[in-house]
Design a protein. Structure first.
Length: 205
């Protein structure tokens, strides 16, 4: 792909501040956003379906949760709000998105439990009890598969990953690929053309 995209590490375009407001589970959120990051003018429809149809962590959830491809942080904000005992690691290649995610965590009073980082800043020893992602399908199939091969093995043995993928962007083929790679994957829900995939760690050998 050519040109600048939301997965560009250092966007060269002028940042134009925006705000995105949405509600999840009766809680209202207003987050700072900007041009040069993913879905800067509204909550992405796929993210909205993920947060509505996946099993959000409860107030007793502990451990470390990963928001993979966090953008300006809508998933991070929701996870850290609904699971006040958990820690959230928010990862993105886009430095503008990371700065916005940090700012939003601070504004919401969540900064002590949210760590925003570039992918290489998260040590290999860190594992995750849950992984949440609206993955960057437009990076291409091989790059997407490499991304999932990098992060899914860091899921705790009793952990779970929640992914949202558009049906017309290969949601069904991705589900089959995950199964073929040894990751039990079920389609938990479908809405507005999006698949919600629940991924479990491979069974012990």
């Amino acid at each position: 792909m050519t040109g600048e995209h939301y997965f560009t590490p250092a966007p060269g375009s002028t940042a134009r501040p925006r705000e995105v407001s949405f509600s999840v589970g009766g809680q209202d959120y207003t987050l700072a956003a900007s041009t040069g990051v993913f879905s800067s003018d509204r909550l992405d429809p796929g993210t909205a379906v993920l947060l509505r149809k996946a099993d959000l962590p409860g107030p007793g959830t502990t451990g470390t949760l990963l928001d993979l491809g966090c953008g300006y942080g809508p998933i991070t904000a929701v996870l850290a709000t609904v699971a006040p005992l958990a820690r959230v690691v928010a990862v993105d290649v886009n430095e503008r998105a990371r700065e916005l995610a940090r700012r939003n965590a601070e504004t919401l009073g969540l900064a002590q439990r949210v760590r925003v980082a570039a992918p290489d800043e998260v040590g290999d020893e860190v594992s995750f009890d849950q992984i949440w992602s609206n993955p960057p399908i437009h990076v291409g199939k091989s790059e997407l598969h490499a991304l999932l091969r990098r992060w899914l093995p860091r899921l705790a043995p009793d952990g779970v990953a929640w992914l949202v993928v558009g049906k017309n962007l290969g949601g069904d083929s991705l589900q089959q690929w995950l199964i073929d790679q040894g990751w039990p994957t079920e389609r938990r829900a479908s809405q507005k053309g999006f698949r919600i995939l629940r991924v479990s760690p491979p069974p012990p050998r």
